[in-house]
Design a protein around this ligand. Structure first.
Ligand code: NDP
Length: 473
């Protein structure tokens, strides 16, 4: 392992070996397994794959109506069996496509060291440090996601334009059979990570067992499972097979619209452009991503493993799927409003994330909105008992609300949905889901921060009282 134990001095998150000071809040995975969390875990494990199937099947069999299948089931016109029988099943063609896809991403991740950072000014790629884990390790990561995205899309373009090895509609044409394949990988990787945590964990000190098997399986035991020195499960599965595919899936939907109707609607172009910006932003900032909750605090289990393989590619792309079945052409005013909402949301999301990153990197020695940032000094203890010091910024977006980055993300998510018009509720699933995800994440994060920083966190929430919407929440 290329992980090092580091104790930097007098930086943000600096450490002091003085363990006799007044104890600050502990950190690590903070959630206790109460009956409420446990029932949520079991419910999700049992129903999530069917939720994904439902939304994809609703388009395949009911033109994306989510109420019609329920009405037909209620009236007896359809049965669960008849719906299931009509849905395409697993095919070996889909298995070959998916195997080729995942293999390509593994090769690009493992065998092609990043060179883009050498000629793209401002881009941080190549070998980068992650954040310190609860056990005090700092892992190294090869950041080459942008390069993988560029190569993959160049290959896609070259195929569509020159080689014609496969149709650009290939993803849409195999969509439900591919759902089977992604589930096979999602469950396999989650189960493997679960067993690995017991038998050969990468960093035993960073494992967390709650005593509940379902919770452990879902929320993960190992913090940063790896195979060998560089194959990091979290970085690979979070970014590569799912998020690289996101833009290709949307392109495949656009190609299908072209094939079916002879044109591509402005709504489809908007969805492709706005989601494309979000995906490119993710890869441009992949080094920053190493400092987000996914990498810094979540353990790797079904939630991340299956979620990245299945939930993300199928449910984050529902708008494009919907538009294949319902080709909405928006008025200029509607399209302009969607673009404005999407770009404003993106601006808030990116600027808020950038402000925090800059503040933490420079230990507060920077300019936020033209002024020196204000902050609250705080302290916490890591699992080894050492006392660390950190700062919580109260300037810029972080002085307006405690998670304005989530608010911007939600505005962008709403824009994707509104791009589909108001004909069906189907494409709006995304904004419902993102609201639940980000509000839950906010509560989860604040619970952790409260136990990490103790009374200092209270000083921060007194200074910045609202979470997502100033004056409301
Ligand atoms: P944040 O980037 O908001 O990070 C939260 C952490 O930042 C806290 O745990 C704390 O960490 C630190 N922090 C909190 N307040 C302050 C402050 N005032 N000053 C300095 N540091 C502070 O959360 P995420 O990692 O969840 O999100 C990253 C981005 O990814 C967000 O924009 C989110 O919208 C997006 N996202 C998108 C998802 C999607 O599916 N589309 C899913 C999840 C996230 P510490 O312990 O270091 O103090």
């Amino acid at each position: 392992m290329e992980a090092t134990r580091r104790r930097p001095k007098h930086s943000s998150n600096s450490v002091s070996p003085d363990v006799t000071e007044e104890p600050a809040g502990q950190w690590g995975r903070a959630w206790e397994v109460d009956w409420f969390s446990l029932s949520g875990v079991i419910l999700l494990l049992c129903t999530a794959p069917f939720q994904v199937f439902f939304f994809v099947m609703a388009c395949d069999q009911y033109q994306c109506s989510v109420t019609q299948p329920l009405v037909e089931l209620y009236s007896g016109e359809a049965t669960l069996g008849s719906i299931w029988d009509k849905a395409p099943s697993f095919t070996w063609t889909a298995a070959q496509i998916y195997t080729a896809w995942v293999s390509l991403q593994v090769v690009l991740y493992m065998c092609v060291p990043d060179i883009t950072h050498k000629f793209l000014p401002g881009y941080s790629g190549g070998v980068q440090d992650g954040a310190r884990t609860p056990a005090g390790l700092i892992n190294k990561y090869e950041i080459n996601g942008l390069q993988s995205w560029l190569i993959t899309h160049a290959l896609w373009y070259a195929n569509a334009k020159y080689f014609h090895w496969f149709s650009p509609t290939i993803i849409f044409d195999n969509w439900i059979p591919l759902l089977w394949c992604t589930n096979i990988l999602g469950y396999s990787v989650s189960t493997f990570a679960f067993i690995k945590a017991y038998l050969f964990p990468t960093n035993a000190e960073d494992c967390k067992f709650t005593g509940n098997v379902f919770y452990n399986y879902m929320m993960g035991i190992e913090f940063n499972p790896r195979i060998g020195k560089w194959f990091d499960f979290k970085l690979f599965f979070n970014g590569r097979p799912g998020i690289v595919a996101w833009t290709l899936i949307n392109l495949s939907y656009a190609a299908k619209q072209q094939e079916l109707y002879g044109y591509v609607t402005n709504s489809m172009i908007l969805v492709n452009v706005l989601q494309g910006i979000y995906v490119l932003d993710f890869f441009w900032n992949e080094a920053w991503y190493l400092k987000t909750i996914d990498i810094c605090h979540d353990h790797f289990g079904w939630y991340l493993g299956w979620g990245d393989c299945v939930w993300l590619p199928f449910l984050y792309t529902l708008q494009g799927l919907y538009l294949v079945y319902n080709p909405v052409q928006l008025s200029t005013a509607h399209a302009a409003a969607v673009l404005l909402l999407g770009l404003t949301g993106y601006y808030i999301f990116r600027s808020a994330n950038h402000q925090k990153d800059l503040f933490r990197r420079t230990d507060g020695k920077c300019s936020i909105w033209g002024k020196k940032p204000t902050f609250i000094e705080c302290a916490y203890r890591s699992a080894d008992g050492c006392l660390h010091h950190s700062k919580l910024m109260t300037s810029g977006f972080w002085g307006v609300a405690r998670h304005l980055n989530y608010t911007g993300d939600l505005m962008g998510s709403l824009a994707y949905c509104v791009a589909c018009g108001f004909g069906h509720i189907h494409p709006y699933f995304y904004i419902f889901y993102m609201t639940i995800l980000l509000v839950h994440r906010c509560v989860r994060d604040e619970h952790r921060c409260r136990s990490k920083y103790g009374k200092d966190w209270k000083r921060y929430t007194d200074a910045v009282p609202y979470r997502l919407l100033p004056g409301i929440f």
